[in-house]
Design a protein around this ligand. Structure first.
Ligand code: 5AD
Ligand code: SF4
Length: 523
């Protein structure tokens, strides 16, 4: 491939944002290219997003932009058209979907949940474990007939999987009917990308291995009116050896406190009752800002905002500092629930996981939290069957779960992720053993969950009512400050309000009850 051809393909990004004009020129020229030429290009010259490059990153200046705008020629591109986004994975992805929905709506698109009605379908994907990826590939297969029926339909893949070279290559080879692939760093380019996909003949690929800047004024079409998500930082620098996230989401970049506070104030003014601050490792918030300002400081400022509930996810034990514990212990709108992923109860496994704390250090942190917040609910994430995990090491996890008394846990079978250090270790715990360990772990977690519910029998709790229960439309559902789900009968007018509920029955994962007078005293 000569220089000219290379330039022609330069809208396929590998590190630097494209300038829109040259994208359009490229698009024009690409129209005459055959698919064969295109494939040849990918086989010989195209460099996919580089996982290795991601690990070599240093702290570089991140620019903050406040000038996002839909390009004029795309302002009405969605009029009379519908979009559909299917979201996989974590809350960060859910929130990215809200941003993309906001962008679509500013372009005039309406949302739909019916694939047959949609003019554009995006799969916002998750790469955390292999089964998450398999689900997406299954869905891609299901979408193919729709594309055959309606060639104008645009199908796009975005989110974490798009950041993986193996995924991009697989889509190119096996699913060439996909119109658009873009990564996690260039959501703000959605209007340009949609335009390229609309008017170009070839698959549009826009994946940056270098993370982009922070774009502050992206629109958002939020899913609910009661609980809202607020990003406080992007990316992760922890590089736990099993985890793909630092590669797919880039280095840690914190938003400025004033921008976060303004967004929370705005949500409060709109009547939202709860915000969840989002980040892959929220406890590292502020480190890159070099302002000597961390999550504890931010939470302290958010305490004075008139919004009943403020929570955050996800924590890393290593960065969970005393300042944050002090602020959380002040109560008010700070919730009595901390999700504190431990991953393993054995110090040697924690070491090879790259978690940077030992079992003893984790337990010491729990002790500090319990001293400051005696009633707090603690929940966690755990991986079983990490390479070389012995039966004794797994039993350390079981004993830690009991010692801490976690009231819930997300438990996972280790899944090797291409490009991570752990994937180079032999995945030598058999699937049977992994499943058996998961089962034994879940039994303990379930037992503790049920026990933790028992103490609410007959008590009155305060519930933020979110809406109808999924299982029964006559029943309302919501959560307590300690993150317990409560189902109860009550007037629909209580949706979106904090109400008092007397607990009449306890289950493993939820409480049943009846609404009581506002003046009742809450446990
Ligand atoms: N295999 C299994 N579980 C994983 N997690 C992250 N990476 C992997 C992996 N490769 C789990 C961790 C993390 C949660 C979001 O997903 O427990 O906290
Ligand atoms: Fe992954 Fe570890 Fe970062 Fe969490 S802290 S996102 S597990 S690398």
């Amino acid at each position: 491939m000569n220089e000219q051809q290379r330039k022609e393909m330069s809208h396929i990004q590998q590190g630097e944002p494209a300038d829109v004009k040259s994208d359009q020129d490229n698009l024009e020229r690409l129209k005459d290219k055959s698919s064969e030429d295109f494939m040849k290009y990918f086989e010989t010259t195209y460099q996919p997003p580089s996982l290795r490059k991601a690990q070599r990153r240093r702290k570089e200046d991140v620019q903050i932009h406040y000038d996002f705008k839909i390009p004029e020629d795309m302002e009405e591109a969605g009029n009379g058209r519908k979009y559909m986004i299917r979201t996989y994975g974590c809350q960060m992805n859910e929130h990215d979907t809200e941003v993309m929905a906001g962008i679509f709506e500013e372009m005039g698109y309406e949302s739909t949940t019916d694939t047959k009605e949609a003019d554009i379908i995006l799969l916002n994907t998750c790469a955390i474990r292999e089964n998450a990826e398999n689900k997406v590939f299954g869905e891609i297969g299901h979408l193919k007939p729709l594309k055959l029926e309606n060639p104008d339909l645009i199908i796009g893949i975005c989110g974490c999987m798009s950041q993986e070279e193996s995924v991009v290559n697989r889509i190119l080879k096996k699913h060439p009917f996909i119109d658009l692939i873009f990564g996690t760093h260039n959501i703000h380019r959605l209007p340009q990308l949609v335009k390229e996909a609309m008017f170009g003949k070839e698959m549009v690929i826009d994946v940056w291995s270098k993370e982009g800047d922070i774009i502050e004024n992206l629109p958002r079409s939020r899913k609910g009116k009661i609980k809202g998500w607020v990003n406080i930082m992007y990316g992760c620098d922890k590089f736990c050896t099993y985890c793909i996230v630092p590669y797919t989401r880039g280095k840690e970049r914190s938003r400025l406190p004033e921008d976060i506070i303004q967004e929370v104030r705005h949500l409060a003014a709109q009547g939202y009752k709860e915000v969840t601050l989002l980040g892959q490792n929220v406890n590292a918030y502020g480190k890159d800002l070099e302002m000597n300002y961390g999550l504890g400081d931010l939470m302290d400022e958010l305490r004075s905002i008139d919004i009943p509930r403020v929570r955050f996810t996800t924590s890393h034990p290593r960065d969970f500092d005393d300042r944050l514990i002090d602020v959380l212990a002040k109560g008010g709108n700070m919730l009595d629930h901390i999700h504190l992923p431990v991953q393993s109860g054995n110090s040697d496994i924690l070491k090879i996981m790259g978690r940077k704390y030992s079992r003893e250090e984790y337990l010491e942190l729990v002790r500090k939290i319990r001293t400051a917040m005696p009633d707090a609910t603690l929940t966690t994430d755990i991986i079983v069957g990490f390479p070389n995990e012995t039966e004794e090491q797994f039993e350390d996890t079981l004993s830690l779960v009991e010692e801490v008394g976690f009231e819930a846990a997300y438990t996972f079978i280790y899944s090797p992720r291409d490009g991570t250090p752990a994937a180079r270790m032999q995945d030598n715990v058999s699937m049977d053993v992994k499943k058996n360990r998961l089962h034994r772990l879940n039994e303990i977690v379930n037992r503790q969950a049920a026990e933790s519910m028992k103490k609410y029998e007959g008590e009155i709790v305060e519930v933020l009512v979110e809406g109808e229960s999924k299982k029964n439309k006559d029943v309302l559902a919501g959560y307590t400050k300690r993150n317990k789900m409560v189902n109860f009968r009550g007037p629909r007018s209580s949706i979106g309000r904090l109400v008092k509920v007397r607990i009449t029955e306890t289950k493993t994962w939820s409480l049943n009850g009846e609404m009581v007078e506002e003046t009742a005293e809450v446990k």
